[in-house]
Design a protein around this ligand. Structure first.
Ligand code: PGA
Length: 259
């Protein structure tokens, strides 16, 4: 049985104190709803800004359900890269995951497939687990090129890894037109693309790996639409932006996994 995951991508929100309060609130509410969450099958990941990684790891140390992730890391090991954060540094905070290839990184920081491949590599070398994002922009969907675009994004990056490395990767399908827009992909659109991605994984690796890979949906997923999105056979949870900043909404989304 593949793992289901709800991950919160906080982006550049929350200062140190606000972040601690949000984490404490999420822990409290998860504990209150513990009977609704199957902790054997469902994992929760919080991806706050770098400044909170260590504290978040400490706060969640005794919690079996919650893991901590970073939102990005450098493709370089270490050295003269002012302002960058390495995978080893992230590992040293106690975090376990790193989001790689988010569309905001691709767009605003010009991260291309080559850079992203290097980032995934260094994340794996440091015993961290990548959450690799892919997804088309609106014009690509409107011109019917969305499958082709996503296929290329995967082939040029994570499909180049060997089986035992690929197995550690969580894939997140995030149609760019749905991120932060309030326009969610329909459950049918999400399922169609997730099924397509799983087939690509099967063709590129094998059936077993395809069945085991967790594929998350991201893009305006919220407490209202999560149940429908997550009820699809190939949607294994979500990567949540805006709605992960409100403890009530985020925990409701986590509980949607079981419905
Ligand atoms: P959103 O962001 O839920 O605010 O649309 C999702 C993401 O960027 O991962």
């Amino acid at each position: 049985m593949r793992k289901k995951i709800v991950a919160g991508n906080w982006k550049m929100n929350m200062d140190f104190d606000e972040g601690i309060k949000l984490i404490e609130n999420i822990i409290l509410k998860i504990n209150l709803k513990a009977s609704l969450i199957n902790t054997n099958e469902t994992g929760v990941i919080l991806a706050p800004p770098f400044i909170l990684l260590q504290k978040a790891s400490e706060l969640c140390l005794d919690n079996q359900t919650i893991s901590i992730g970073a939102q990005n890391c450098s493709q370089h090991e270490k050295g003269a890269y002012t302002g960058e954060i390495s995978a080893a540094m992230i590992k040293s905070t106690g975090a376990n995951y790193v989001i790689i290839g988010h569309s905001e990184r691709r767009k605003y920081f010009h991260e291309n497939d080559e850079t992203l491949g290097k980032k995934v590599e260094i994340v794996l070398e440091n015993n961290l687990l990548p959450i690799f994002c892919c997804g088309e922009v609106l014009s690509e969907r409107e011109s019917g090129r969305h499958f082709e675009v996503v296929k290329k994004q995967l082939e040029e990056t994570i499909f180049k890894f060997k089986k035992n490395d690929f197995q550690k990767i969580v894939v997140a399908y995030e149609p760019v037109w749905a991120i932060g827009t309030g326009v969610t992909a329909s459950p049918e659109q999400a399922q169609e693309m997730h099924k397509f991605i799983r087939e690509l994984i099967r063709n590129n690796f094998d059936k077993e790996i395809a069945e085991q890979t967790t594929i998350l949906y991201g893009g305006s997923c919220n407490a209202k639409n999560a149940v429908q999105l997550f009820s699809n056979p190939d949607v294994d949870g979500g990567l949540i932006g805006g709605a992960s900043l409100k403890a009530d909404d985020f925990v409701e989304i986590i509980c949607s996994i079981e419905n």
